[in-house]
Design a protein. Structure first.
Length: 189
């Protein structure tokens, strides 16, 4: 079991979103916590069909990669999800995951409540704030504890690896990851 689960919502291997999520992971691990990164690459995530089955058995009736992640997320104290911006907003599968995850958790004792974390957004240029706000909605309605940083949890890059050149973005993500770890440790006291 990992202390913090991080999701990379990019379909690209070694892309900017994966890099950004790994920056957060490294900061968390520097505090002595364990962190596991799960990639959505190659894992289709369908949209919620509002069937209500999750309230009956604790899993989603849609048999895709979400159910494979539920136990890891449920057992962790922290949760971070990173999304690339596509056409001004989060990729559809990222929001599908957030919405369905929230529904499953809420229907089963709201087990996301009190988890520490937040979203991370990566873009070439525009759409970061609307994407960050869109993703925050799932964290807030799930009663999660969202950590801040020295700026919003965003970073810029286009070609794979470009985000590493966004010094302010990387510093922001390092501080965010560190804050997530510090708060988890503080809450355990």
């Amino acid at each position: 079991m990992a202390d913090v689960i991080l999701i990379s919502g990019s379909p690209r291997a070694k892309g900017n979103t994966e890099y950004a999520v790994n920056v957060c992971r490294d900061a968390i691990e520097k505090r002595g916590l364990t962190a596991k990164v799960i990639s959505l690459r190659g894992k289709p995530i369908q949209g919620c069909i509002a069937c209500g089955e999750c309230a009956k058995n604790g899993k989603c009736s849609l048999n895709d990669a979400l159910n494979d992640m539920l136990d890891d997320i449920k057992e962790a104290d922290g949760f971070i999800i990173g999304a690339p911006v596509y056409f001004g907003t989060a990729r559809g599968d990222v929001m599908n995951l957030m919405q369905r995850l929230s529904m499953v958790a809420r229907a089963n004792g709201n087990w996301l409540s009190g988890k520490v974390g937040g979203p991370v957004v990566v873009a070439r240029r525009a759409g970061v704030m609307s994407t960050l706000q869109e993703m925050l909605m799932a964290f807030f309605i799930s009663d999660m504890i969202v950590c801040g940083s020295s700026y919003w949890n965003i970073a810029y890059g286009h070609a794979p690896g470009d985000v590493a050149n966004d010094k302010e973005g990387i510093a922001t993500l390092e501080k965010f990851g560190d804050n997530v770890a510090k708060l988890i440790l503080q809450l355990r006291k």
